[in-house]
Design a protein around this ligand. Structure first.
Ligand code: ZN
Length: 345
């Protein structure tokens, strides 16, 4: 079968023929219909320090997918051939204290599909049946292919109660933008999303028109808050950029006792003024991945009842045009890039 593999110890990604995955008794084989290109995939494509230290090669990459089940392991009872599915990309162990308590997302032995297990940028992918999430009719394949990042957005946005609250989101990448739509859907009063890129903020306005997009390079955040009638500060911050300056600015514009969920990953360690957290009694919470499977449940429920993030998909391309697709994803200006594997050849 065709698959996109990290083949060599250098930047790039390559379409190659690899053997079909062989499933074990607790796995299913999924025929991949559509996949999303993630920031993680771009790190692997660029082969930065993190990728070199984390990803063994050769490795078929990709973990954002939708497809259909074409083969069931012998122990798999409650899934069906032909079922439309996506799934959690983190394959957890079942022996740790967290796992045995049902907190799978906190399992320290987690492995990543497309990172250290063969991935979904392929015509077929092997997935443990435990990880499979079946797709309701309301969720088509291209939305199914971006549930992983939408799940990051939902996990971050729902880290704290947003009903009636004023929310600031720093970083208007696809996850920040979807986070703005989710925050409004979850009942926030004002949602302000900040970035330094006008292109990304323009996309934010399309996907989440009820949110206020602010370019903090050219516009004063305090003025924007005044314009919304906000007197004090934001109740909740969702940090999606990993940029030290964004976190600093967020802390300066929070209410006393504000809460911050952190999803953005800083490129390197940085110095920051912890006294802002201490004296303002701010709660900081790190967010990674999705909760298995609460986030999936809430995300699908919101999609079935009207959450619409489709406009965050800015590029739909055939898998054979992967070189162009990765260039677009890597330049940091696009929304989600979705590949169609019906045309892998
Ligand atoms: Zn992803």
């Amino acid at each position: 079968m065709k698959a996109l593999s990290k083949l060599k110890n250098e930047p790039g990604i390559w379409m190659v023929d690899v053997p079909m995955p062989e499933i074990g008794p607790d796995d299913v084989l999924v025929k991949v219909h559509k996949t999303g290109i993630c920031g993680t995939d771009v790190h692997i494509y660029k082969w930065d320090e993190w990728a070199q230290q984390t990803v063994p090669w050769p490795m078929v990459t990709g973990h954002e997918y939708a497809g259909e089940i074409v083969e069931l392991g012998q122990n798999v009872k409650d899934l069906k051939i032909g079922q439309r599915v996506s799934g959690e990309g983190h394959v957890v162990g079942h022996n740790s204290r967290a796992s045995r308590a049902g907190k799978y997302h906190l399992d320290p032995d987690t492995k990543g599909i497309g990172v250290n297990l063969p991935g979904a940028f392929a015509e077929y992918v092997k997935i443990p049946a435990f990880n499979i999430v079946s797709l309701p009719d309301a969720v088509d394949d291209e939305i199914g292919a971006i549930l992983d990042p939408l799940g990051n957005a939902v996990h971050t946005a729902l880290a704290f109660d947003l009903v009636g609250e004023d929310v600031i989101i720093t970083g208007a990448g696809p996850i920040g933008i979807m986070g703005a739509a989710v925050a409004k859907r979850a009942g926030a009063r004002h949602v302000v999303i900040t970035d330094l890129s006008d292109e990304r903020l323009a996309l934010a306005k399309q996907v989440a028109p009820e949110a206020r997009a602010v370019n903090v390079g050219t516009e004063n955040l305090r003025d924007a808050m005044k314009g919304l009638g906000m007197k004090e500060g934001f109740d909740v911050g969702l940090e999606m950029s990993g940029a030290p300056a964004a976190l600093d600015q967020m802390l300066d514009h929070l209410v006393m006792g504000g809460k911050v969920a952190l999803l953005g990953v800083p490129a390197r360690p940085f110095v920051f003024d912890l006294s802002k957290v201490v004296f303002r009694m701010v709660t900081l919470k790190g967010i990674y991945g999705r909760e298995m499977f609460e986030t999936w449940h809430k995300m699908l429920g919101m999609l079935e009842t009207g959450l619409d993030v489709r406009k965050v998909i800015t590029h739909r391309m055939a898998a054979k045009d992967y070189a162009e697709a990765f260039k677009i994803a890597a330049d940091g200006k696009s929304g989600k890039v979705v590949l169609d594997w019906g045309e892998a050849q």
